[in-house]
Ligand binder design. Structure first.
Ligand code: NAD
Length: 331
């Protein structure tokens, strides 16, 4: 993958949320490509350990700061060629718990970043959108142009991001691309805390010989997307020469789905290879969770056609790599 993106060598790239799961993975790849990487993060949900290995690299700099502060955003955007905006408060339940904070960071902070990127003359502003924008639309597979009503404050914030990005292109000519991520997983994703995503949370529970609890009967399904596919989409979005690809949103997924029950069984299988006792751990069930979309499956045709996206990892391949990483690093 790296060879294809060598034209990013020496380019100035700002990654907001750079100490988080997706942001730190983007930093890692872009540093390898030889880009001049700046990460901005306030450690709300990100971690120092995610960026520790980059701190002594001469093409990396870190700004500890909050996107709710416009001045910080202005400072971070200065001299940047591209922005990969990842900073946000993730998690549907967190947004239901505290919609005001999610709104302030995900919408207020987003708007600050757009203004700062516009003022700094950034060439392209690529941002983390979300599959939650499909809301109550039951159509499958999800096609970019056909969305429903948002089912949570988080989903509202992510949809408003798309509206603002579109408006900033039309009003100020700022080029943007929104990537609607579908349940991303992989190395560096935080397994701890009340709002942890389901895959790292279950991995951690299996490793501690605790029973994971599936919300509902486990038949809900997700287009689980390995981190390497997401990195590829971000890099394609900043390097594409196709003018028609700009100022659009793209599903960032594999185009396949797995039920939560099957995901948990596969995880148990992979981890049993490291620790035989894991195969005897019972998988439990609890009530369905408010705001959860029952099924999600993306059409990736638009990304394939306009960005030349080719997912490198199907779900099972990604899951195996993720399990290996968790076992080596946290086992
Ligand atoms: P993450 O929580 O690991 O990363 C988010 C980062 O943003 C963290 O490092 C956090 O400290 C930082 N941040 C939060 N508030 C901030 C603020 N006010 N100022 C500066 N930094 C701040 O989550 P992630 O999974 O890496 O998510 C990255 C982006 O992708 C987010 O925008 C999220 O909404 C979006 N997204 C993620 C998924 C997924 O499955 N992981 C799915 C859809 C969309």
């Amino acid at each position: 993958m790296i060879k294809q993106f060598t034209k990013l060598k020496n380019k100035n790239i700002l990654i907001t949320g750079g100490a988080g799961f997706i942001g730190s993975n983007l930093c890692e790849t872009l540093l390898k490509v030889g880009a001049q990487v700046t990460a901005l993060d306030n450690f709300a949900t990100g971690h120092q350990h995610n960026i520790e290995a980059f701190l002594n690299k001469e093409n990396f700099s870190f700004i500890e700061g909050d996107i709710r502060d416009l001045e910080t955003c202005h400072k971070a955007c200065q001299n940047q060629d591209f922005v990969l905006h990842q900073a946000a408060l993730g998690s549907v339940p967190r947004s239901i718990e505290d919609p005001i904070r999610s709104n302030a960071v995900n919408i207020g902070g987003f708007l600050n970043m757009l203004v700062a990127a516009r003022d700094a003359g950034v060439k392209r502003f690529v941002y983390a959108a979300s599959s939650s924008t499909y809301g109550d639309s039951e159509a499958l597979p999800k096609v970019e142009e056909n969305i429903g009503k948002p089912l949570s404050p988080y989903a509202i914030t992510k949809y408003v991001n798309e509206l603002y990005a579109d408006n900033f292109f039309k009003t100020y000519g700022l080029n943007t691309i929104g990537l609607r991520y579908f349940n991303v997983f992989g190395r560096h994703q935080d397994p701890n805390g009340a709002y942890a995503a389901v895959i790292p949370k279950f991995v951690m529970q299996f490793m501690k010989h605790e029973s994971p609890v599936i919300n509902g009967d486990g038949t809900y399904s997700r287009d689980f997307t390995y981190i390497d596919n997401v990195i590829q989409m971000n890099l394609l979005a900043i390097t594409t020469d196709n003018e028609e690809a700009l100022n659009e949103v793209y599903n960032t997924a594999v185009g396949d789905r797995t039920t939560i029950k099957d995901m948990a069984e596969q995880l148990r299988g992979y981890l049993s290879a490291y620790d035989a006792e894991v195969k005897n751990i019972e998988i439990k069930h609890g009530p369905n969770r408010q705001g959860d979309v029952p099924h999600s499956l993306a059409s990736i045709e638009k990304a394939q056609n306009k960005l030349n996206y080719k997912p490198s990892h199907v779900f099972a391949e990604g899951l195996k790599e993720a399990v290996d990483w968790y076992w080596e690093n946290l086992g």
